[in-house]
Design a protein around this ligand. Structure first.
Ligand code: SF4
Length: 347
């Protein structure tokens, strides 16, 4: 696959110009890129489990897990290995190829890492790809997680650099970039995206995607979340984003990062099937499925299976090959946080 198509020098003007294309033209360009580098009828299916919910000291304005907001989310401690394993087995049986685990921490403490590593090892032994989203990483954490069998680490940049200060005050944009660097340096694959619909302008949505595309490496997975306003959070009354604007964001992400997998993440439950179909056409190649997105609901498994059948989509499956585990395409149709540090506004 040509590396020539991977650019890291996108200008804001170029990205804004993509957003401004006539809708059908943008979709055509995005779909052309999508089918050039991906199987346009395959969707990678991930399941996300919150392994440590609520009580987070951070102040992300969209997040129901922040202790300072009255959202009814009770703080829980880190789940036991056997309990996580039972959920991972169920996710695999339901057709998931990747199991993402989120913890509502500012970041793990040194003492948390061995326990998370034990969980990662157990999930990996099931033959699932593993992803974790634990917040800011300290020295050596990424290496220890990698050694335990972690495949992906999710850490979102959330929004455009110039809008970030409107959303989060307890950690800097630069902190996020530093954790992403640690993840890359440890040889982990990065999962990194953001959230749209938080009151940002289209220019700022372009800024988010420009920042993602100009990272030193394009993230392997790019979750694009639509804000799910949760009562009790500062964004609880945020105005709903035009669904076609969300589709545009998926399409622009597809064009800017042609080899990455763009994930339709939080907010999918609020989209009707036709909008989801447009997102798949625009280049979304991954979804969360079956489980709850950290604390935000997700369409149930049966509905997703039916949608896949109606759209003739099939799921990717993890296959063992030599000593590596990677996602591959399953030939047969399958049976099937708000988390800035997680896969979404929920993951
Ligand atoms: S998004 Fe993550 S870091 Fe931010 S408040 Fe929620 S759990 Fe904490």
């Amino acid at each position: 696959m040509s590396e020539a198509v991977v650019r890291h020098d996108w200008t804001r003007e170029e990205v804004a110009a993509l957003f401004a294309l006539p809708f059908n033209e943008l979709l055509h360009q995005a779909h052309t890129v999508h089918r050039t580098y991906h199987d346009a009828n395959a969707v990678q299916v991930s399941t996300l489990l919150s392994i440590k919910t609520g009580g987070c000291p951070e102040d992300c304005a969209y997040c129901p897990q922040a202790a300072r907001y009255d959202t009814g989310v009770a703080a829980q401690k880190l789940m036991e290995v056997d309990d996580v394993l039972a959920r991972a087995k169920a996710a695999k049986a339901a057709g998931a190829s990747r199991f993402c685990m989120g913890a509502a921490w500012r970041g793990p403490k040194d003492r948390d890492i061995p326990k998370v590593a034990e969980i990662v090892r157990a999930v990996k032994d099931l033959g699932l790809e593993t992803c974790a989203t634990l917040g800011l990483l300290g020295d050596g954490h990424a290496q220890q997680l990698k050694a335990a069998g972690l495949d992906y680490y999710n850490h979102n940049i959330d929004t455009a650099p110039e809008f970030y200060g409107e959303i989060i005050h307890t950690r800097e944009y630069q902190d996020r970039l530093a954790t992403l660097e640690q993840v890359r340096d440890a040889g982990l694959k990065t999962c990194c995206g953001g959230i749209v619909g938080m009151g940002e302008t289209r220019e700022q949505r372009a800024g988010l995607l420009q920042a993602l595309a100009n990272l030193p490496e394009h993230p392997h997975s790019v979750p694009i979340n639509q804000l799910v306003p949760v009562p009790g959070t500062p964004l609880g009354n945020a105005e709903k984003l035009d669904p076609f604007e969300f589709v545009r964001a998926i399409a622009v992400a597809r064009i800017l990062m042609p080899l990455s997998i763009v994930r339709l993440s939080a907010g999918r439950q609020q989209m009707d099937d036709a909008v989801q179909a447009l997102c798949f056409h625009a280049g979304a190649g991954s979804i969360f499925y079956g489980e709850k997105l950290l604390t935000t609901g997700n369409p149930d498994t049966e509905h997703d299976r039916a949608l896949f059948r109606r759209l003739d989509l099939h799921a990717m499956e993890v296959v063992e090959e030599a000593s590596t585990v990677h996602a591959d395409i399953m030939e047969a149709a399958p049976a099937g946080c708000g988390h800035g540090c997680g896969c979404s506004v929920a993951a």
